[in-house]
Ligand binder design. Structure first.
Ligand code: ACO
Ligand code: KIV
Ligand code: MG
Length: 522
């Protein structure tokens, strides 16, 4: 297995993400975690860019051991001197000098001729070599540079004593095949290149950073540069965790490794996200919140039967929490049953079907169905007396600041089928309960009516509890729904059903007589 050096630039290119600015302490904390992860070189900053960055590079150089510490530097004397000043205390210091080599950058930005660029490359690398034995040279915008000119730059850098030649695709322009061919071309044509390590540095402007980096690895490069979570200038740099896991998962193809402690990946990702404020998108490979979550019924069923059906990486490999089977509108019975079993409920057959149907109905209404929601449905089922009497088929309510609140209700009774009535009331719920009373013919007194929110947010479930009295009989009803009025109607029906049940217990015959009356009434 070939070992690829990992050059982490989270603290330099990563910090170039718009809006990100890390304090010295934050940089130090990330650097320590990067060392734990197992990167080989930490680009701690750009010492000449600010006093703060100088101090941060210096502290990391003095305090983080076991890895190379590097500072970026333009190809100018003062930058190189400052880089060295900051790096002096490092166990393994590296100065990273760069100069653009593409026609666009040379002409418009640097206003230098190619000859001047070659001269400055030579001078910069030689000066850096006076301070350190490890000097990386980057041909900025190599992706849009003439390959033959790059060969010349590489030869000059090699002759001047550079140890690493970096070929950055600075603006994320190249395709994987082009990038791999560029490395092969440089390796085949530059004299002295055997003394240099070749390095890839990819940006994600076309979403090709990982593919390009892997193509470069296939072309035999020695070092990969990138950041954690892929943060960086514009669309960012290649995400190191993605390449690390591609190498690990497809060893047969790449036969190379970063040598990371993979179990540190999630921790490193969370730390970088927290300190930079750059939120990791949920569907981000490897470290996104959904990277190991499965929502659709067919996938969940597969996962329950055999994890390898839908997972090519185990979450614990990268230190992520275990696979999540997220219950939602695409879930199926297998996953639902598995989940409610984990909540302590054993349902099968028709009972499972009834609750599962209610769950699906809820998913159509609510974005996130939480365990609390599911527990409410289960509780509602457990105490649901509608199996013996009335069930709500539909309801239509009209209310507002003008006009009289009106409700039309359709109830289903197993014996009589659909029963419908309309009624008005003082308010929407009053109209609903009046319509229900008309259908059932029950004379009841409302003792208690309470609405609570089960969960949070705009689409929270409302829980309505109702207490009704009929003579000596008092019964409670309860229901949940995202619609408060619907929950009220269901709770009211639930309480009426209970009154009927209680009456049945006490006066079985009376119940049947009352039901016959209701038949006549309907
Ligand atoms: C692809 C990359 O990621 S490159 C790294 C980018 N990172 C940064 O730029 C972050 C830190 N940068 C800074 O803090 C500032 O830009 C500094 C301190 C480096 C320089 O600041 P200033 O002196 O105000 O110059 P400014 O940034 O406006 O312009 C850059 C100058 O450097 C020159 N330059 C750019 N790259 C290089 C280079 N590799 N070597 C030598 N000179 C360079 C430019 O041509 C320009 O020169 P000019 O002033 O003669 O026109
Ligand atoms: C400084 C260099 C290596 C860079 O970040 C780039 O070219 O993208
Ligand atoms: Mg870059």
């Amino acid at each position: 297995m070939r070992k690829i050096d990992v050059f982490d630039t989270t603290l330099r290119d990563g910090e170039q993400s718009p809006g990100v600015s890390l304090t010295q302490e934050e940089k130090l904390e990330i650097a320590r975690q990067l060392a734990r992860l197992g990167v080989d070189i930490i680009e701690a900053g750009f010492a000449a860019s600010s006093k703060g960055d100088f101090e941060a590079v210096k502290r990391i150089a003095n305090e983080v051991r076991g890895v190379s510490i590097c500072s970026l530097s333009r190809s100018v004397q003062s930058d190189i001197e400052q880089a060295w000043e900051a790096l002096k205390g490092a166990e393994h210091p590296r100065i990273h000098v760069f100069l653009a080599t593409s026609p666009i950058h040379m002409q418009y930005k640097l206003r230098m001729t190619p000859e001047q660029v070659l001269e400055q490359t030579d001078a910069a690398v030689r000066l850096a070599r006076k301070f350190v034995s490890d000097v990386e040279f980057s041909a900025e915008d190599a992706g849009r540079s003439e390959p033959d000119f790059l060969v010349k730059v590489a030869e000059v850098a090699a002759k001047a004593g550079a140890t690493v030649f970096n070929v950055p695709d600075t603006v994320g322009y190249l395709t994987p095949a082009e990038y791999a061919n560029l490395f092969r071309y440089i390796r085949e044509n530059a004299k002295g290149i055997e003394n240099l390590k070749l390095s890839a540095h990819c940006h994600d402007d076309l979403g090709l950073a990982a593919a390009n980096t892997l193509a470069a690895i296939e072309a035999g490069i020695d070092q990969v540069e990138g950041t954690i979570n892929g943060i960086g200038e514009r669309a960012g740099n290649v995400a190191l965790e993605e390449v690390a896991l591609a190498l690990e998962t497809r060893r047969n193809i790449y036969q190379a490794t970063f040598g990371f402690d993979l179990s540190q990946i999630a921790r490193t990702s969370r730390l970088v996200s927290k300190l930079t404020g750059m939120v990791v998108q949920p569907n981000k490979a490897i470290v996104g919140a959904n990277a190991f979550a499965h929502e659709s019924g067919i996938h969940q069923d597969g996962m329950l039967k055999e994890k390898s059906t839908y997972e090519i990486i185990r979450p614990e490999t990268v230190g992520m929490a275990d696979t999540k089977l997220v219950l939602g509108k695409h879930s199926g019975r297998h996953a639902f049953k598995d989940h409610i079993t984990s909540l302590g409920y054993e349902l099968d057959g028709e009972a499972l079907n009834v609750v599962f149907r209610k769950f699906k109905e809820l998913c159509d209404k609510k974005k996130y169905v939480t365990d609390e929601d599911i527990l409410s449905l289960l509780l509602e089922y457990e105490v649901d007396s509608s199996k013996v009497a009335y069930r709500l088929e539909y309801m239509q309510v009209s209310c507002g600041t003008q006009g009289i609140p009106t409700a039309t209700i359709g109830l289903v009774d197993d014996e009589q089928g659909l029963l419908q009535e309309a009624a008005v009331g003082n308010g929407a719920f009053d109209a609903i309960s009046n319509a229900i009373d008309r259908i059932t013919g029950e004379q009841v007194e409302l003792l208690h009516y309470q609405i609570d929110s089960v969960t949070g947010g705009h689409d929270a479930l409302a829980e309505v509890r109702i207490q009704l009295r009929q003579g000596e009989i008092v019964a409670n009803g309860r229901a949940v729904s995202t619609d408060t009025l619907e929950a009220g109607a269901r709770a009211y029906i639930d309480a009426i059903n209970r009154i009927i049940m209680k009456r049945m217990d006490t006066f079985g015959r009376e119940y049947r007589r009352l039901k016959e009356q209701v038949n006549l009434h309907a």
